[in-house]
Design a protein around this ligand. Structure first.
Ligand code: SF4
Length: 350
């Protein structure tokens, strides 16, 4: 049985954050029902079996009412033990909604906290504050979620190591099983790019501090950005790193199936028109030559700290000489230096 994954892109957000480079549209509740119908139609064009994970990402999927997820999951029919994740933002989560999400079949929440420092949340133009973030995680736990992930960001304008330490210490006080950390990057087509905002570039110290505090609290680093308690590595994301086939539905969603990559169109109106008329909403398809595909999959797999099997014909001796990777137990792993310079390692391999 070949296990597969599904990503469902729900593009609604109440307000676009200044650093956001995702495909997002202004939330209007009246659009939800129609959008969910379109998602179902898209799914029926090409349904997959043996889904080991379903990830509702966005956007802010938690803006939709729980019954929509119940309907979608009934249609999608994942494996009974599949990981079903919902991305949520703290500001609108309430007990009734959380209990509803749980009943609908969601068994993992990924809450976009980003920081526990109100100054940084406001400079990131987020719509929640630290108190709401803490309350959301506690409420999720009380409502029956045993698998809760949060995201934190570093290299924020004006951030100091002390601020970062504060956020990390606050995070480990909460009943979380998983944490992802990201450094702020400023992409073209974002408000921050137009405003010429600058990030910090203190990555090594910030990462060292995160590893020290999180691992002490039992959240072990298993991927470049991912930390998990024992038994709680993200099934969905681990699939991306290991090259598991996945389908994406919704505007701007990516798919990777049978060695080819597809991307859906980034235009809400056009996306709906195409699906409503019975067509796929694919914007581009890329079938990689076998050699390149093998190298890309290997480079992506290296993100996992456990390492990746070395494919035939790929020479890594120059990376070994530079101390960026090592061979261990039949696998190739990033060294501590390689973890800091993953982008260089990946570029050299591909
Ligand atoms: S909440 Fe997330 S998806 Fe929505 S605008 Fe902010 S960063 Fe983008």
């Amino acid at each position: 049985m070949v296990e597969k994954s599904l990503y469902v892109h729900i593009p609604f957000c109440t307000k676009k954050c200044g650093y956001c480079h995702f495909f997002v549209i202004k939330d209007e509740e009246k659009k939800h029902e129609d959008f969910v119908l379109t998602l179902k139609k898209e799914w029926r064009l090409f349904p997959l079996k043996n889904l080991i994970s379903v990830y509702f990402g966005g956007g802010t999927p938690s803006l939709l009412k729980p019954h929509f997820f119940e309907e979608l999951l009934a249609e999608i029919n994942p494996l009974p033990y599949a990981e079903i994740t919902l991305e949520a933002n703290p500001e609108r989560l309430n007990r009734e909604g959380l209990i509803g999400f749980k009943k609908a079949g969601i068994n993992r929440l990924s809450i976009g906290v980003q920081s526990f420092d109100n100054r940084h949340l406001s400079s990131l133009t987020r719509t929640h504050n630290a108190r709401q973030a803490i309350a959301a995680v506690l409420l999720a736990k009380e409502s029956g979620f045993d698998n809760i992930s949060i995201d934190l960001m570093f290299d924020l304008p004006g951030q100091t190591l002390e601020n970062w330490e504060y956020s990390l210490n606050q995070a480990v006080e909460l009943p979380i099983t998983h944490l992802s950390i990201y450094n702020l990057t400023i992409e073209p087509d974002t408000l921050f790019y137009k405003q010429k905002k600058k990030t910090l570039e203190g990555e090594p110290e910030y990462l060292d501090m995160a590893v020290r505090i999180l691992e002490k609290a039992g959240l072990k680093r298993y991927e470049i950005s991912g930390f998990a308690k024992e038994g709680f590595k993200a099934v969905h994301n681990t699939g991306y790193w290991r090259g598991r086939p996945f389908r994406g539905i919704g505007p701007s969603a990516f798919s990777y199936l049978e060695g080819a990559r597809f991307k859906n169109i980034c235009n809400y109106k056009r996306y709906k028109e195409l699906i409503e008329s019975g067509n796929a909403a694919t914007d581009f398809t890329e079938k990689l030559p076998r050699e390149r595909s093998k190298r890309e999959l290997f480079a992506i797999h290296l993100r996992l700290l456990e390492g990746a099997p070395l494919p035939k014909g790929v020479d890594i001796s120059f990376l070994e000489r530079q101390g960026l990777v090592i061979k261990k137990g039949g696998l190739v792993q990033l060294t501590p230096l390689g973890l800091l310079h993953y982008d260089t390692v990946a570029a050299e391999i591909v």
